[in-house]
Design a protein around this ligand. Structure first.
Ligand code: GCW
Length: 716
């Protein structure tokens, strides 16, 4: 029995000076450890279990006093960490029935040999690590851990993050500095930050990371690059993070020198097989590939008249002998749509392409579906595709990087939005015809992507994070709540946004109740605030979609092929996606959901303009007209953005000055930018509709700050 014992020198550091945010929620500096053991014992020889023991020892004891290998468990109070088979050898009376599945863990206190033990048991070594972080988080939140009996099982096997890093070190849609992985066409020499990122990810139970842009350079799988990838895998391995990469479909040609990348060509299949074999030779625990194909000018199977399943399967078969998985993205659409065609609709694309292919994928293929049918907008309905592939494993794709939601210059805590999507009932219990038609009861997105609804072997979550070299990872100190919230929801999508925000605030800023309350409140209100001063009633973000996706650009969505249309003109606004008169998108949902969206009477206000085209004078369920809602929400939103500054000022002196000043500066900027948003949007709608604001705030003369020249004639 290998037993590594670490004795702790308990030294508590109160509020540490010089907070940089580098530690994220793992600061371990508000711990009350008086009644806890001062010994940590790691059982077995797993490196991941050793990582867990070291983390616990360093967190609780600052620096372990002594390390040594013991032959048996000391008869002294201790934390005892290990996988089930190792722990059972020491504690044979433990009931096996309690053991969690997958990467789950079991925390339990027991008395034996005259001592008390805090057991951290995993079915896998990852489970031990997750249990350890969970225990530490409880201690850091000053929860009582004197008696423990808690079993936790992850919702889904795939809990990944994606980074859109390019090999030159830039990051597509990254807002926190350059890549921690690459520089100048190669993997960085110093991978310290990668290991630190692995620690952060493991603490929120993430088990895979796809490190490069989905707009992938084929070079990522070139023979000379694979040893470099192996170095990244080495940095992640102690934290139980599997390395994955995004691959380009044309790699067999570009890297392999073949004349084709036709997925049905045997030479192409052989090339993928050789490539996968070589990767696994150097990285035996490699996670798999992510693929973006036939989308936004990427190469894809359509170039050979082949389908997404042909493309996915040729790669998946190469990965299968090694237990690798293929995440194939459903973000496939035509960005040269005819904007004059009132039946054309980008929102339909994912369903139209993938639904007919249901059941045609290898069982290690997972279809990765963006949460909404368009593209990470501030408000979208849940994608109908989740409800339409009963014979295929699925994953939901979320965005921690705030591409359309303020790019980490605005505070937008996204967990409440993700919750709405994950809890959304696709009502496919009885609607699905086929071999899995027996499902009854609720079928929320979270149970579909976890594989529960249709008993799929795989499934889960992948979020685009795009951390950078900025010391605090995501630039805005409060944006880290999104990464934390993502991991927590991937582990357990039944957690509430309230619980997550409180946990994060405690771990990140300490346990002062007023600080925790204030920060939680700010986080929980922030999505709605951002939505209020940007995009109304499901119309999209109204941002500049042709440029950097930041700041107002109402016109940029229209009269081009990108299909992010809101169709606002002088009479009204919104996309008619009804079955009766529109694009038919609503018909992609189950009959129950169709009932909710198809009629104006039933459609919820917040998605009205996503589903219907209405005149500005249309009266919402709220009793307001659409135009007055646009005016009011933008004024309210900007006002609330200003209030975020005041709320933050109430924590001055109660947290460290560094992070206080950093956040304050950003919130002030946000409040100013919210006014820019407000004025741009309300003036555009006033100018276009000619309908005055009943509260008289939108002035004819204030259009774009120009003198009254050329102002619209008011219509009321
Ligand atoms: O939202 C869009 C982004 C692109 C991105 C694409 C995708 C990586 O603007 O930058 O490309 O989505 O998800 O593939």
């Amino acid at each position: 029995m290998a037993l590594l014992c670490l004795a702790l020198l308990v030294a508590i550091c109160p509020m540490c000076a010089g907070e940089t945010g580098a530690e994220g929620w793992l600061r371990h500096n508000d711990l009350k450890t008086g009644s806890l053991p001062t010994l940590v014992a790691a059982v077995g020889s797993s490196n991941v279990v050793r990582t867990a023991a070291n983390e616990l020892a360093h967190a609780l004891g600052n620096r372990p006093k002594a390390e040594g290998v013991a032959a048996q468990l000391p008869a002294k109070d201790a934390f005892v960490l290990g996988t089930w088979k190792d722990i059972l050898a020491l504690f044979p009376d433990l009931p096996a029935a309690r053991l969690p599945a997958g990467d789950g863990f079991w925390l339990r206190t027991v008395r034996s040999h005259g001592a008390k033990y805090w057991l951290v048991i995993g079915r896998t070594d990852r489970g031990v690590l997750y249990g350890t972080f969970s225990l530490l988080a409880r201690i850091a939140q000053q929860k009582d851990v004197t008696t423990l009996e808690d079993v936790q099982t992850p919702s889904a096997p795939i809990r990944w993050v994606s980074e859109w890093d390019n090999l030159d070190g830039s990051i597509e849609r990254g807002y926190a500095g350059r890549s921690i992985f690459f520089d100048n066409g190669a993997v960085r020499t110093d991978l310290t930050r990668v290991a630190q990122y692995g620690r952060l990810l493991a603490s929120i139970e993430i088990n895979g990371c796809a490190i490069n842009n989905v707009n992938a350079s084929p070079r990522i799988v070139a023979p000379e690059f694979i040893p470099q990838l192996a170095r990244i895998a080495d940095a992640f391995r102690p934290w139980g993070i599997k390395l994955a990469v995004s691959v380009d479909m044309s790699s067999p040609m570009v890297v392999g020198g073949l004349k084709t990348f036709d997925p049905l060509d045997p030479q192409v299949a052989a090339w993928w097989q050789r490539t996968a074999d070589e990767i696994y030779k150097q990285i035996p625990d490699f996670g798999g590939f992510v693929v973006k194909a036939d989308s936004e000018d990427r190469s894809g199977p359509s170039q050979y008249g082949r389908t997404a399943s042909d493309a996915a399967n040729v790669i998946a078969r190469a990965l299968k002998p090694h237990h690798g998985i293929l995440m194939y993205r459903a973000f496939v659409y035509n960005h040269h749509l005819d904007w004059r065609d009132m039946k054309a609709d980008r929102a339909r694309a994912a369903y139209d392409y993938f639904h007919p292919l249901d059941g045609k994928f290898e069982d290690n293929v997972v279809i990765q579906i963006k949460y909404g049918p368009i593209d990470f907008q501030v408000r979208e309905p849940a994608s109908p595709l989740f409800g339409a592939m009963p014979n295929t494993s699925q994953a939901i794709e979320l965005q921690v990087t705030q591409e359309y939601t303020g790019q980490q210059r605005h505070l937008v805590f996204l967990a409440p939005m993700w919750k709405e999507i994950l809890d959304f009932d696709e009502h496919v219990g009885t609607a699905v015809v086929g071999r899995r038609s027996s499902v009854v009861g609720k079928t929320p997105v979270k149970d579909i992507v976890s594989g529960k609804v249709w008993h799929q072997p795989l499934g889960g979550f992948n979020a685009v994070v795009n951390v950078g070299l900025d010391e605090n990872w995501l630039a805005h100190p409060l944006a880290m709540a999104n990464l934390y919230g993502y991991g927590r929801l991937a582990w357990n999508p039944n957690l509430s946004a309230e619980v997550i925000s409180e946990e994060w605030a405690r771990l990140t800023f300490g346990n002062n109740p007023q600080v925790v309350l204030t920060i939680s409140k700010m986080l929980l209100s922030s999505w709605h605030i951002y939505e209020s001063y940007t995009g109304p009633l499901g119309a999209g973000t109204l941002t500049d979609i042709l440029g950097d996706h930041y700041g107002p650009g109402v016109e940029s969505s229209e009269r081009n092929g990108w299909g992010q249309w809101h169709r606002a003109d002088e009479h009204g606004m919104g996309m008619d996606r009804t079955v009766a008169t529109g694009t038919g998108f609503i018909g992609q949902y189950s009959p129950e959901v169709q009932k909710k969206y198809e009629t104006l009477a039933a459609c919820p206000d917040e998605l009205l303009l996503f589903m219907h085209h209405v005149p500005y004078t249309y009266v919402l369920h709220s009793g307001k007209t659409v135009i007055q809602h646009i005016y009011d929400s933008h004024y309210d939103g900007a006002e609330q953005a200003a209030e975020l500054v005041t709320q933050w000022q109430s924590v001055k002196g109660q947290i460290d000055d560094e992070r206080y000043e950093d956040v304050l500066k950003r919130l002030r900027y946000q409040a100013g930018h919210a006014i820019v948003w407000r004025d741009a949007v309300v003036n555009w709608f006033f100018k276009t509709s000619g309908i005055r604001d009943e509260k008289g705030r939108v002035q004819a003369g204030s259009v774009w700050g120009q003198p009254a020249l050329g102002c619209p004639v008011e219509r009321s």
